[in-house]
Design a protein around this ligand. Sequence first.
Ligand code: D61
Ligand code: MG
Length: 418
Amino acid sequence: MGSLKAVLKHPDDFYPLLKLKMAAKKAEKQIPAEPHWGFCYSMLHKVSRSFALVIQQLNPELRDAVCIFYLVLRALDTVEDDTSIDAEIKVPILIAFHQHIYDRDWHFACGTKEYKVLMDQFHHVSAAFLELKKGYQEAIEDITMRMGAGMAKFICKEVETIDDYDEYCHYVAGLVGLGLSKLFHASGTEKLFPDSISNSMGLFLQKTNIIRDYLEDINEIPKSRMFWPREIWSKYVNKLEELKYEENSEKAVQCLNDMVTNALIHIEDCLKYMSELRDPAIFKFCAIPQIMAIGTLALCYNNIEVFRGVVKMRRGLTAKVIDRTKSMADVYRAFYDFSSILKSKVDMSDPNAITTISRIEAAQKICKDSGTLNNRRSYIVKNEPSYNPALIALIFIILAILYAYLSANRTNKFKVTL
Ligand code: D61
Ligand code: MG
C-alpha cells in the first residue's frame, strides 16, 4: 500500500490508496469467464496498470472495444520496442500488422515478460476483436495501419527536428487519441472530436513519457531508444547520451526544462477536449491520465533525478487523482495546482524561463477563467484539518491489532493447560 513511510508523510493518501486497492481487487474479480475475453482483461491488468482501471469503468460495449484497441496497439508496440529484432524483419510486420489482427493463426514471438505472453497468445485478442461491432473493428484497423506505417518509418529514421518529434508522437500516441474519439462517437455518447485536439491528447501523454523515461530508454539493451529531438538537445550537448554524465548536469537540466516547456504547448487543446466531453465515465478515462501527465511534468521540471533514475508520482498522489477526478472543475484545479508547482521551480537564469512562464500563465488563465477554481480541494495546499481522519483510522487499526494480539496472549496465559 505504497510505502508506509509515504503514507505517514502524506496521511491523506491513506484512504484513496485503500479505495484504489479495493477497486483493483474488484476489477480482478470481474474478469470474464469466456476464454478469449478472460485472457484479454487479465492481460490488460498485467500490461497496463495505469489504463486498466480507467478502462474498466467505461460502459461495457465501449469498454470491450477500448480493451481490444489497447491490446492490439500494445502488441504492435511490443514489436516496435523489441530492439533485438532486425529492421528488415520488424518493418514488414509493423506495416502488415493491421491485417494480422483478423488472422487467428498469426503468431510472432517477441518482447519480454507479460508482453511476450500477449504476443504468444495473441490469437485470443484476434478472436475477441472479431466479435466487436463492425464500426469498432474498422476504427481499430484504420489506426493500427497508420500507427504501424508510422512506426516503420521511424525504425530507420532519427527524430531530428521538433516536427519529426511531433510526427513520431502523432504515430504512437496522437493516433490513439484519434481512434478513441472515433470509438467514443461510435458508442453514441460523444460527438466526433476534431483530429487536432484528439491528437494533442496523445502528444501530451507521450511527450511526458518520453521526458520521464530518458534514462531507461538511453540505457535500453541491446540498442538505445532515442526520441528527444536533436533540434533541442544539440543546443546543450554533442550527443544525446552525454546528458546523463555528471559533468553535464547543468546543461542536462536546461535541456530537460526545454523539453518540458515544449510539452506545455498541448495543454490548451487538452483542456478544450476534456471540457467538451459529456459522458462521466469517458471523462474520467480521459482526464485521469492527463492530470497524471501535468503532475509528472511538474515533478520532472528542473529535476536532475530524471538523469539518475526513474522519476514517478507517488502512488498515494495517483490514488488521490483517481479518487478526486469527477468533473472539469477538478481538472482545472489539478492543472492549476501542478502548473503552480512547476512555476515555483522556474529559475530565471534558465534559458527558456520566459517561455516556460508564459505557457504556464496561459494554461492558468484558462483554469481561472473557468470560474470553478475556488470551490475545489487543492492537490498541494494542506487545507485539511490538522488531525486527519485517515491517520486516526490508521492509529485505531494499529491499536486494534495490538489489542487483539495482547488479548490473545492474555487468554493463553489464563488458559489452564490441563
Ligand atoms: C484519451 C484517453 C487516453 C489516451 C488518449 C486520449 C490519447 C492517447 C493515448 C491515450 C495514448 C497515450 C500513450 C502514452 C503512453 N505511451 C505508450 O504507451 C507508448 O507506446 C505507444 C504505442 C502503443 C500505444 C498503446 C496504447 C496506450 C494507451 C491506450 C491505448 C493504446 C488504447 C486505448 C486507451 C489507451 C510507449 O510504450 C511504453 C511501453 O511500452 O510501456 C512507447 O513505446 O513509446
Ligand atoms: Mg514504442
